[in-house]
Structures are given as C-alpha cells and as structure tokens.
Design a protein around this ligand. Structure first.
Ligand code: CAA
Ligand code: NAD
Length: 302
C-alpha cells in the first residue's frame, strides 16, 4: 500500500540539491560537474581526510577547466572556481544531510551489501520526492533498489571516468522506475552538459558490457606473451584511434574495480570464456597495485 501510494502521490521536483556519497575518483568528479552547473552539492565520505583530498582534487580540476574555458578572462575564471567551490559542502554523515536533497547519487565501493545497507538506511530519512541513483559499474540496479521502498524513484546514473571530460551518462531504469524519474535524470544529465543514453538494467548496461570483455582479453593477451604491454596499447591507440590503450585504461579505471566486475560476472556465467579469470589481474590486485590511484598497476605512475 505504502509503495503504490508513494508512486502515485509523489511528483519529482526540479533537481537543485544533490547529495553525492563516496568522494573517490567518480564521486568527486560528479560533485565537480554538478557544482559547476549551479547545483548545491553535499559530498559525503567516511572521513574528513578523504573529503579534504577530494576538495583539493576538485579545485585542481576546476583550474584545468578554467585554463581552457577562460584563457583570456582570468578574473571570470577565478569567479567560476570560487562559485563552484562555494556550491560544495562536505559531511561524514549521510543521514544528517539527505533531508534537504532532491537527488542522492551513490558512488561508493562496488559491493552490493554495502550499497544496499546505505540506501536502506537513507530511504527512511530522505523526503518522499528524493530520487536515489547508483553509479554502479556492474551491479543490478533492481537488486540495489530492493533495499528501499522507493522503487519508482530509484535508477542508475552511470558516469564515466574522468567525469569532467567524458560526455556520456547512462540512465538505467528498472521495471519499476517511473517515467517521471527517468525524465528528471535525463534532464539533469543534460543540465550537467552531458549526453544521456537510456539503458535497461542488464549486466554492464551498454558501455561496460562491451568494454570489460575487451579490457580483460587484452590482459590475457599480455599474460600469454602475445605482445608487450606497450605494443598492445600502441596497437589499439594507433590501429583503432582509441585515446588510451587497454592496459593503460585498465589502470585508469582501477584494477580492483575491474576484478570485482569480472568476478561477479564470471560467478553468474561460469561457462562464458569472455569472463574467465586472469591470474595476473588477481596478483596485481592482491599486491595492492590497483592502477593509477595507487601509483602502480600495469604501469608505474609518478
Ligand atoms: N578534470 C578536468 N579536465 C580534465 C581531467 C579532469 N580530471 N582530465 C583531463 N582533463 C582535460 C584536460 O585538461 C585536457 O583539456 P584540453 O584538451 O582542453 O587541454 C583534456 O581533458 C585532455 O587531457 P590531457 O591532455 O591531460 O590528456 P589526454 O589528451 O591524454 O586525455 C583522457 C586524457 C581524457 C583521460 C583521454 O585519455 C581519454 O579519453 N581516455 C579514455 C577514458 C575512458 O575511456 N574512460 C571511460 C572508462 S570506463 C568507465 O568510466 C566506466 C566504468 O564503469 C568502469
Ligand atoms: P573509489 O575507490 O575511488 O572511491 C570510493 C569512495 O567511497 C572512497 O572514497 C570510500 O572512502 C568511499 N566509501 C566507501 N564506502 C562508503 C560508505 N559506506 N559511505 C560513504 N563513503 C564510502 O571508487 P570509484 O572508482 O570512485 O568508484 C565508485 C563507484 O563508481 C563504484 O560503484 C564503481 O563501480 C563506479 N564506477 C567506477 C568507474 C571507474 O572508472 N573507476 C566508472 C564508473 C563507475
């Protein structure tokens, strides 16, 4: 009863205040873009040190944006940075900030139980009109949403790394997501300056279902000794016009995120060779070599 009442009685309002949970590479990027486009943003993480680092990163990336957009107007550029930064506040307590939110975007660790616990708790505290969205790369939106009682106001909102640069957002609807919620998210994506595409709630949506089997095949090719990592990367950059080679891109995405996605899919499809394990990927992750974010993956950084 509660569910059907909330579906018919609650109308989504224009998205003005956004709570973003998780201030890692994705959450900080989403916060930067939302704040730059005039939204009031609260960025949430588990501790203040991580949040401080995220704000510093946002400031640095805003400077990159300004260098290009305001190259001949340094004062307007400085004003743009200050305005965007003023639009972002931080918190370590999601429960205390969701009351004022029109949209909650979750970009925390890629783990079903942790995501469900987070949304299940917030569902009791957020206003009825608030839309919940997950930035998950690979998990079922339907399963994450099942921890809440707002199935009509729950969707996937999948950004790409680096968020300030990549123009795509995948908007993922489940069988219960209302058209009004999807329209709000498609519109929000456009206001952020992105191009949205609509996806079904299928593993990997559109991009990752195509990208991950390609990345993992490149890892296996390197493992088989069929090419050096440099040659594999050069080949795909110069042969296909990709901005990064597959091993470079794996480091950029994060080898832990990649392993998590592959493990999850191979457990669900044990017979499918495109999801088969890579010992090298497992080894690098076990050694904490997670790619660019930890300073080493297939390549060394800094
Ligand atoms: N914030 C703001 N601006 C940034 C930025 C950031 N974090 N990173 C790069 N830029 C800007 C630079 O300022 C530069 O701008 P100008 O061209 O105006 O000078 C531009 O982007 C290009 O950057 P660089 O010159 O430093 O480097 P580059 O030309 O090598 O481009 C790149 C970097 C944009 C990351 C490019 O290599 C690229 O597109 N790589 C592929 C990225 C990709 O495929 N992402 C998707 C990953 S999959 C995913 O995200 C989904 C998932 O669920 C796993
Ligand atoms: P990350 O490790 O850089 O950041 C995750 C952040 O979440 C960390 O700062 C961590 O402290 C915080 N966190 C963890 N649990 C939390 C909780 N319960 N409450 C508040 N904060 C919490 O990860 P990321 O690469 O930004 O990925 C985040 C999500 O976005 C994942 O679901 C991932 O699959 C997805 N994603 C990643 C990429 C990518 O290229 N890395 C692209 C698109 C989507």
């Amino acid at each position: 009863i509660c569910r059907s009442l909330s579906s018919s009685a609650v109308r989504n309002v224009a998205i003005k205040h956004v709570t973003i949970i998780g201030s890692g590479q994705m959450g900080a990027g989403i916060a930067q873009v939302a704040a730059s486009t005039g939204h009031s943003v609260t960025l949430v993480d588990t501790n203040d040190d991580v949040l401080k680092k995220a704000i510093k990163g946002i400031e640095g990336n805003l400077k990159r944006v300004v260098k290009k957009k305001f190259s001949d107007k340094p004062e307007a550029g400085e004003e743009f940075i200050q305005k965007a930064l003023q639009n972002v506040s931080t918190s370590t307590d999601a429960a205390s900030v969701v009351q004022g939110s029109d949209l909650v975007v979750e970009a925390i660790v890629e783990n079903m139980k942790i995501k469900q616990d987070l949304f299940g708790g917030l569902d009791k505290l957020a206003p009825a009109h608030t839309i919940f969205a997950s930035n998950t790369s690979s998990l079922s939106i339907t399963d994450i949403a099942s921890s809440t009682n707002r199935l009509d106001r729950f969707a996937g909102l999948h950004f790409f790394n680096p968020v300030p640069v990549m123009k795509l957002v995948e908007v993922i609807g489940t069988s219960a997501t209302s058209q009004e919620t999807l329209d709000s998210l498609l519109n929000f994506s456009k206001i952020l300056g992105k191009t949205p595409v609509s996806c079904k709630d299928t593993p990997g949506f559109i991009v990752n279902r195509l990208l991950l089997p390609y990345l993992i095949e490149a890892v296996r090719m390197y493992e088989r000794g069929h090419g050096s990592k440099e040659d594999i990367d050069i080949a795909m950059k110069l042969g296909c016009g990709y901005p990064m080679g597959p091993l470079e891109l794996s480091d950029y995405v994060g080898l832990d995120t990649m392993k998590f996605i592959m493990d999850h899919w191979s457990a669900a499809n044990p017979e499918d060779p495109s999801f088969a394990q890579s010992e090298l990927l497992n080894k690098l992750v076990a050694e904490g070599k997670l790619g660019k974010k930890t300073g080493e993956g297939f390549y060394k950084y800094k």
